[in-house]
Design a protein around this ligand. Structure first.
Ligand code: SF4
Ligand code: SF4
Length: 98
């Protein structure tokens, strides 16, 4: 799913517009940026990470939630397990922002 801007939170700073590598957003004057080209979104999450108001919500495609399966690669070591936990927490923060 392309990004969605929470208009209540948006401070009109333009950071998402500046950061997006594929120009998904267009400026909208006194309104939050418009998601004008949603089909161009790579789901890189730059707009989510850099928005100072936590106003951008991005629902990542299922494929991007898939992590290496222990069935194929064996159980993760302590450092890998910690990295996987952090990745999962990050994914949840994007899908379910507080
Ligand atoms: S970065 Fe966030 S606060 Fe700034 S214009 Fe985009 S959505 Fe609004
Ligand atoms: S996730 Fe990346 S490509 Fe998609 S709108 Fe945000 S900055 Fe642009």
């Amino acid at each position: 799913m392309p990004p969605v801007i929470d208009e209540e939170r948006c401070t009109l700073c333009g950071t998402c517009y500046d950061r997006c590598p594929t120009d998904v957003f267009t400026p909208a004057g006194d309104e939050p940026p418009c998601v004008a080209y949603p089909e161009e979104c790579w789901h890189c999450a730059a707009c989510v990470i850099d928005c100072p108001a936590e106003a951008v919500v991005l629902d990542l495609p299922l494929q991007m939630h898939i992590v290496p399966s222990p069935a194929l690669y064996g159980p993760p070591g302590p450092e890998e397990a910690d990295a996987l936990r952090q990745a999962a927490a990050f994914s949840r923060s994007i899908v379910e922002p507080s």
